[in-house]
Every structure is written in structure tokens, then in C-alpha cells.
Design a protein around this ligand. Structure first.
Ligand code: UDP
Ligand code: MG
Length: 344
């Protein structure tokens, strides 16, 4: 994906009526502690929404009692749809599954931990009615996060912007509202290594930010430790940019020139009759530097080849073990669910 749009495309906004149905997509991984609070907040919020509502809870292979709790909730409330994945596929794929199963006119992707206040959705819907296809929440402030999290998140968005796409909005997470049309476009992008924010930026359409204050996690702890953040950053960089390949090439060039310079120096010393044997240290240095440049370049290359291999296998992005309150199948090429399993 080498396209790097520098300027925002100008769209003519086409105002829309209030959505007939709003879908909320919530990926959940080991969030049993949050279910009661989530239920309370959602029920309170939706009493004030003048349209049909559906909530797609994706259980991303939780190892705690999340599934049990949300299945019980779904049994009491038909607006709750549960998509239970066969194992933990990670937040980006769980969100993709949720989007595939959503049927609303406006679809809101939100985390289970209630860090993103639900009231912001009203403002997002107002923007949707103005004609925007993507309304993303942009964090003005983050309360109660560790300094490390704040610093890494700050660096993450800036580096990503530099390396991937000029239009990747900073400080915007996955909390966003998508129009039906946009969701259909996004759903047709079936790449294995997904960085949803980058994909949304790539897809275009009229997009706008809504600033909001991010709250503390209501319960439980972050499921995005530093390791997962780094992994996401690596996927983001290598699936949206070929810059690391160029970096490897540049590095090889630098060390190649260094090697030539060292060789010239050795020759000069030889012809000037200087003692040359002690030069073995510089030789060692150059050899190891070149070796490291080569290994780095090859490993970056390997990373891309590995990604191609994964993509070529053409596996489904996720597998659904079971669903609750879901009648219609998701996308056509979405993984086949064993409906006998699904409905017992
Ligand atoms: N999540 C998920 N699968 C994972 C990790 C996280 O579905 O492998 C969900 C998690 O349950 C939450 C959302 O993704 O609803 C965001 O995670 P979290 O709040 O832990 O991330 P943070 O806000 O700390 O970046
Ligand atoms: Mg969170």
C-alpha cells in the first residue's frame, strides 16, 4: 500500500436521516469483571437513543468467565448478539469479526472497558447525519494511565504517522463510528495483518474527528501490554509501508561505504610502508558491521516474505465457535459457522 495521500480529498457532504439502527461492536478479552458495569451503562445510554439498537459482543477467546456472563445477558436481552471466537485472535481481528456481524446503519466500535464515554456517540451520530462516513474519537486527555503507557502511546502515533500514512490521525484509537457504506468497503479488505486505524485512513471517504476525554478503565486491567503494543506497531509499519525495506538498503549502503573506506585506508597504509598487521581490529569491526547490516536487512525482508506467505494461505481471518442471538450469516466469505453448533 504505497499510496500516500498528502491532502484530504474534498467531498460534498450529503446529510442523512437519523440511523434506523445503531450497532455497537465490542471486542472482549477476559473482561468478566466489566460485564455488570458495561450492561448498566449500555442500558442507561440506550434508553435515550431514538432508534433500534444492536450490540455485537465478540468474545475473543477469553480464558475467564466472560462468555458465560455475556451469554446469560444475551438470553435476557435479544439486542445482545454474541460472537464467540474459537480462540484469542487479538483485538484487531475480534473487531473485524464484530464489524462483519453488525447490521446497523451506523456502527460504533468501542472497547469493553468504558474508557471511551458512551455520550460521545451522540456527537458522532450528529456528525454522521451531516454526511460523514467515519467519525473517530480523538483523545484530548487520558486519565489514570501510567506514564509508560502515555509515553509509548504518544510515540506510537507520531512514529506511525511518519512511517505509514500522512493522514493517520494522531491520538485516535479504534473508538469510531462508521457508516454502513464505509463498513461494507472496509469489510471487503481481507488482509491478514490488520491495523484497522491505518485501513480506515487508507479507505478515504469523508472523515472527521470528535475530541473527547478518555476515562480510566472501569474494571480489570489493560489487555494491551507493552509487548502487544509493540506487535501492533510492527504490524502497522510493515503492513502499511515499505520504509523498513528501504532502511535496510540504506544501512547496507552506509556500511558498504564504510568497508570501502577501511579498505582504502589499509591499501594506503600498505603502500606507504606502514605496519598493517594491527589493522585486524578495524577489519573485525567492518566485518561485524557489515554482517549486522546484512542480517538486519534479511530479517526485515523475511518479515515481509512471511507476511506474503500468511496472506497467500488465504485462511479465514478468524473462526467463530458459536453465536447467540445471531440469525443471518455474516459476510459471504466470512468463515463458515457450523450452524448446528451455533444454535444447538
Ligand atoms: N481485546 C481483545 N483481544 C485482545 C486484547 C484486547 O478483544 O487480545 C479487547 C479488550 O477486551 C478491550 C479492547 O480490546 O475491549 C481494548 O483493550 P484494552 O482496553 O485492554 O486496551 P487499552 O485501552 O489499554 O489500550
Ligand atoms: Mg482500554
Amino acid at each position: 500500500m504505497a499510496t500516500r495521500p498528502q491532502k484530504m480529498t474534498n467531498h460534498l457532504l450529503c446529510p442523512r436521516p437519523y440511523p434506523g439502527k445503531i450497532s455497537l461492536v465490542i471486542p472482549m478479552y477476559n473482561e468478566e469483571a466489566i460485564v455488570p458495569a458495561l450492561r448498566g451503562e449500555l442500558e442507561r445510554f440506550f434508553t435515550g437513543v431514538p432508534c433500534e439498537v444492536e450490540i455485537v459482543l465478540v468474545n475473543d477467546g477469553s480464558s475467564d468467565r466472560t462468555l458465560e456472563r455475556i451469554a446469560a445477558w444475551a438470553a435476557e436481552d435479544s439486542r445482545i448478539k454474541v460472537v464467540h471466537l474459537s480462540r484469542n485472535f487479538g483485538h484487531q481481528l475480534a473487531a473485524t469479526a464484530g464489524l462483519d456481524y453488525s447490521t446497523g446503519d451506523a456502527i460504533v466500535l468501542i472497547d469493553a472497558d468504558l474508557q471511551d464515554p458512551l455520550e460521545v456517540i451522540h456527537e458522532m451520530v450528529a456528525r454522521y447525519r451531516e454526511g460523514y462516513d467515519v467519525v473517530y474519537g480523538q483523545r484530548e486527555a487520558r486519565v489514570g494511565e501510567t506514564r509508560l503507557k502515555l509515553a509509548t502511546a504518544w510515540a506510537f502515533y507520531r512514529v506511525m504517522r511518519l512511517l505509514t500514512q500522512a493522514q493517520l490521525p494522531v491520538d485516535a484509537g479504534d473508538f469510531r463510528l462508521l457508516s454502513r457504506q464505509f463498513r461494507d468497503g472496509l469489510a471487503s479488505m481481507r488482509e491478514t495483518h490488520r491495523f484497522l486505524r491505518g485501513m480506515v485512513a487508507w479507505a478515504g471517504y469523508p472523515q472527521i474527528a470528535v475530541p473527547y476525554r478518555r476515562r480510566e478503565r472501569t474494571a480489570g486491567e489493560t489487555k494491551y501490554p507493552l509487548r502487544k503494543m509493540l506487535m501492533l506497531a510492527w504490524i502497522a509499519v510493515t503492513s502499511f509501508s515499505s520504509l523498513p525495506l528501504k532502511f535496510g538498503f540504506g544501512l547496507g549502503m552506509v556500511f558498504g561505504l564504510f568497508g570501502i573506506e577501511e579498505a582504502a585506508r589499509a591499501l594506503l597504509a600498505h603502500f606507504l610502508g606502514k605496519q598493517t598487521v594491527p589493522g585486524w581490529i578495524s577489519l573485525m569491526v567492518v566485518t561485524s558491521l557489515i554482517g549486522s547490516a546484512l542480517l538486519m536487512s534479511i530479517s526485515v525482508l523475511g518479515e515481509y516474505v512471511g507476511k506474503i506467505y500468511e496472506q497467500v494461505k488465504g485462511r479465514p481471518l478468524y473462526l467463530v465457535a458459536r453465536t447467540f442471538n445471531v440469525e443471518e450469516p455474516a459476510r459471504e466469505d466470512a468463515p463458515a459457522r457450523s450452524s448446528n453448533h451455533a444454535k444447538r
